[in-house]
Design a protein around this ligand. Sequence first.
Ligand code: XMP
Length: 506
Amino acid sequence: NVLILDFGSQYTQLIARRVRELNIYCEIHPYNKVPEDLSSFKAVILSGSPSSVRADDAPAPDLSNIKGKLPLLGVCYGAQYMAHNFGGEVAPSNIREYGRAKLAMIKDGEALFANIAQDTQVWMSHSDTIAALPTGGVRLASTPDVSNAAYRIDGEQTYAIQFHPEVYHTTDGKQLLENFLVHMAGVEQSWTPAAFVDTTVAELQKKIGDDKVVLGLSGGVDSTVAAILLHKAIGKNLYCIFVNNGLLRKDEFSSVLEQYKGMGLNVKGVDSSARFLDALKGLSDPEEKRKAIGNAFIEVFDDEATSITDVTYLAQGTIYPDVIESVSVNGPSVTIKSHHNVGGLPDFMKLKIVEPLRMLFKDEVRRVGKQMGIDPLLLGRHPFPGPGLAIRILGDITAEKVQILQEVDAIFIEGLRKWDLYDKVWQAGAILLPVNSVGVMGDERTYEKVVALRAVESTDGMTADWVNLPYEFLQETSNHIINRVKGVNRVVYDISSKPPATIEWE
Ligand code: XMP
């Protein structure tokens, strides 16, 4: 087990991902909440930070139980923090050092740099520089702009690097982490999907015993994998509820429900389309729509959950990025859109919570799902927002608009599959615009709806680029949509990246 102390860098999660890719379990803790019991940790990594160690309010954890006692690697701010506090000096640098750089090794035979090329490329991102090494510091590497790019402290298993090994542009970053964690700190590489399934099932059985658990399925990857894990652990004591809010993709409710039943889940499908449409009546504002859907969902779910007698637990498909965000040292970020499924529990559902995927990243959830034999088509599904098509119909929502958009979306998604593009796209969907445009069909003038198609590449939805879909594909898709979907006479393709646009239009 590896401890990553977070100083608020945008890259901290990436460090954890790289460590997990080495099949090593790790946990991120904020710098101001260092766990008291460190006995389960075999090594510690200090992250980067947007702060300067010279600032008055700089993150300043007490490392007395860590430094010199456990193998320690400081990254960027972490490296500067150790220099600043243990006898060295950190100074503002004349140039802001940002981007790729070539490393030059100063010392041969250093274990941290085993199997790494002498002039390997690294990624720098800092505006302070380490002007003098801490007491006992031994310089290991430099770049043309940074003389102390890496050091260690004599007589300790303490290492520090100014560059970011977790970033893709640091070519040998993973090798460096492997050198430190596996070969130097002796951490075991035992974090595999199979091991995760075995230990989690055992833990769930111990925790839950003969109690009953209720879980809301969404058709997405996270809730499905959580359900199958719990099903393995407690079988029929897991009660799944799958709500049709009427804003799902075409035929999705019935086909996914069948799939869930095929997996042996004890699942109840609840078709509440009318109730949701009713709650949305007359609403055009995106946040009001989200709220109406969130509230309707809570009501429906609560009705269903309370109809099961003696339920003790509510299971959720929460994954690690949601958990880390909520302990972020930077405090809560501005709400741009309220993602209702990370908002937590309404008070009146007084159930205990169980979150079997709490420590997993999305790609790990998929690997665990694969390990348990879940259909790869389901595991590979694009993310789909909780409020569904409601936030892809700009303006107010009617049953007719939902139906039009479902048809358009289905043609687009089937096309992506047929053209073998589906897996190259991170998320795709269609948007129904609140404008009509003039067209001509045969000899008739038409005045009908415009739809936009959106397909993006992304890793986590935080940033995204529009996908360069082949013109031939767009041409065929546009023809199919206009010819087959009554009420649509124009198709446009969204070529905006995030930022400054967002993925959804609302
Ligand atoms: P944006 O539009 O913010 O979307 O760039 C980023 C990712 O989040 C999804 N999204 C939502 N998911 N409830 C959800 O569960 C929501 O209200 C919501 N809004 C956006 C979006 O589909 C994309 O994957």
